[in-house]
Design a protein around this ligand. Structure first.
Ligand SMILES: C[S@@+](CC[C@H](N)C(=O)[O-])C[C@H]1O[C@@H](n2cnc3c(N)ncnc32)[C@H](O)[C@@H]1O
Length: 232
């Protein structure tokens, strides 16, 4: 049985094909692809006329992903080494961006969302699973809860997530909670930090959640280009 102190690293089981409604022929990019399972699932869904990229910054995860690819026999896949804050792909080259529990780890979420917007084709979809918070929580408790959830760089409040997506240029932004964390789940961890869990329950309960976050790059986005080179 899973220890309560250690919630699943995979906060919500993502079926990328369901989350992003992948179609044959599409190009998909998984930000922070880890062992590559979502990339392989996506590659099968988009078929041989499509392609799935996985992007990760660690050699260990890339090695695991390559090993999983080899075992799966799926060919329309490429794993890239790099950071999600500086995606090593050209602008307007990707139909769908997926990601599971990675963007909350970034210390520069604005850069991640700007880069996601840049690489998406006009009309492209952003469909990720991430941890978000809802409403005000005293700062020390917020830090403790996010540490427990595993968000070392801090999760965004759902309204801030929407605002950052909007600032990056996205439209049709939705945040759909998939799992709400309750203070009881974190009781052992918080007690170990000297927190009186009964006293703070009302301040924390229901304010931390995994969510599907979806948004689109406007179809007219390409018209913002001023030179032929800027869309290359
Ligand atoms: C919690 S794991 C999630 C892996 C995978 N998405 C999954 O659902 O199993 C986070 C992954 O993101 C990668 N990662 C974290 N921050 C990153 C960054 N700034 N750029 C690229 N990869 C990053 C880590 O190396 C790790 O493989």
């Amino acid at each position: 049985m899973r220890s309560r102190r250690q919630p699943s690293r995979r906060h919500s089981v993502v079926n990328p094909t369901a989350l992003a409604e992948l179609k044959p022929g599409e190009t998909v990019l998984d930000l922070g692809s880890g062992g590559g399972i979502d990339v392989l699932l996506s590659a099968r869904r988009v078929g041989p006329s499509g392609k799935a990229y996985g992007l990760d910054m660690t050699d260990e995860m890339l090695a695991l992903a390559h090993e999983n690819q080899r075992k799966s026999g799926v060919e329309n896949v490429e794993f890239l080494k790099g950071e999600i804050e500086a995606i090593p792909l050209p602008g307007n080259s990707v139909d769908v961006i997926i990601s599971n529990c990675v963007i909350n780890l970034s210390g520069d979420k604005d850069a991640v969302l700007r880069e996601a917007f840049r690489v998406l084709k006009p009309g492209g979809r952003f469909a990720v699973s991430d941890v978000v918070t809802r409403g005000a929580v005293p700062e020390a408790l917020r830090r403790d809860m996010l540490l427990w959830v595993g968000c070392i760089a801090g999760a965004l409040d759902e309204d801030d997530y929407r605002a950052k997506l909007n600032a990056a240029g996205f439209e049709a932004i939705t945040v759909e909670p998939t799992r709400v964390y309750h203070v009881e789940d974190a009781r052992e961890f918080l007690s170990g930090k000297g927190v009186d869990v009964n006293a703070i329950a009302a301040l924390v309960d229901g304010k931390f959640m995994s969510a599907f976050i979806r948004a689109s790059k406007p179809r007219a986005a390409a018209s913002a280009c001023c030179t032929p080179a800027c869309c290359s």
